[in-house]
Design a protein around this ligand. Structure first.
Ligand SMILES: NC(=O)c1ccc[n+]([C@@H]2O[C@H](COP(=O)([O-])OP(=O)(O)OC[C@H]3O[C@@H](n4cnc5c(N)ncnc54)[C@H](OP(=O)(O)O)[C@@H]3O)[C@@H](O)[C@H]2O)c1
Length: 268
């Protein structure tokens, strides 16, 4: 089946696995065709095959979004294929654990680059078409980490606070035009994220019941379709995220420090 714009098109970054792959499936189920972006061309081809079997058209653009000029190149490739993006899903991202001053600087700045700069650039590049057409929108994947500072994962928590703040404001600007933006804020989900962040494999992610990538993606799709500015999948995640604003800062900082030290295996 060709991707010929007879159905709306959603572009998903980080679609080769985890939450991005699940978001691609949720949007396919909702009637979208897909443009899949990540570095791993082989995994993207597998995801595209599964989407086609589900009745959606899917095309693959293998790209390292951290490479210089990747945002402009992605926009040019989409245009060259004769496509316009109705929904942009900025999902590609990673986290690193440990003390800020012990971090690999390249990894630390690369994370800010992917989680914040690229997300902003793609929002600008593809958002202008949505504004002009007066429809469509952007899903930016933040995290429940966005709601408080995170000692021993400081850059990651701060990057997601940026994503949440940026998306709520962008949504406010877009709403009068007919387009909109949603910040999807998952709590812990078992994906490739934990290995990239070098979490201690012996640690459970949380003592609480966890959402799956599929349930997070469905909540993201439903929330976007309902034009919600912020979506936090899972009742317990909502309580924890929203209560952060009312919790004394020192208590919050100590609690996150304990959690992150456990996750990185440096506790005690
Ligand atoms: N898992 C969680 O607990 C959790 C919780 C809250 C929020 N999140 C957020 O959810 C989003 C997705 O994470 P995930 O949990 O699904 O992790 P994941 O399984 O590691 O997936 C990350 C995706 O990003 C892609 N990616 C990484 N670097 C890239 C680059 N330079 N250029 C293009 N694509 C790149 C990866 O594909 P390639 O390796 O093929 O490039 C992969 O498809 C992230 O923004 C993360 O911060 C995750």
């Amino acid at each position: 089946m060709a991707l010929d714009q007879t159905r709306p098109v959603a572009l998903v970054t980080g679609a080769s696995g985890g939450i991005g792959e699940a978001l691609a499936h949720a949007f396919a189920k909702g009637g979208y065709d897909l443009v899949l972006v990540a570095r791993s061309a082989d995994k993207l081809a597998e995801v595209a095959g599964a989407l086609r079997a589900q009745g959606a058209a899917a095309t693959v653009i293998a790209s390292d979004l951290q490479a210089p000029g990747a945002g402009a190149a992605l926009e040019a490739e989409v245009t060259q294929r004769g496509l316009s993006v109705d929904v942009l899903i900025n999902n590609a991202g990673y986290g690193i654990t440990g003390a800020v001053l012990e971090a690999d600087l390249h990894e630390l700045l690369g994370m800010i680059d992917l989680n914040c700069r690229i997300l902003t650039e793609l929002s600008w590049r593809f958002g202008r078409g949505m504004q002009a057409r007066g429809r469509g929108g952007i899903v930016n994947v933040a995290s429940t980490a966005a709601f408080q500072p995170g000692p021993f994962m400081a850059g990651y928590y701060a990057s997601k606070a940026y994503v949440l703040s940026f998306t709520e404001a962008l949504n406010h600007e877009l709403r009068p035009t007919g387009a909109h933006a949603t910040a999807l804020c998952p709590g812990p989900v078992a994906t490739g994220f934990q290995e990239r962040a070098a979490f201690d494999k012996s640690m459970r992610l949380t003592a609480l019941p966890m959402e799956t990538a599929q349930s997070v993606a469905q909540a993201g799709y439903d929330g976007f379709a309902a034009k919600k500015a912020v979506v936090i999948p899972g009742a317990m995640n909502q309580v924890l995220a929203r209560s952060a604003a009312f919790t004394p800062r020192l208590l919050l900082l100590s609690a996150i420090e304990n959690l992150q030290k456990k996750r990185s295996g440096t506790h005690g």
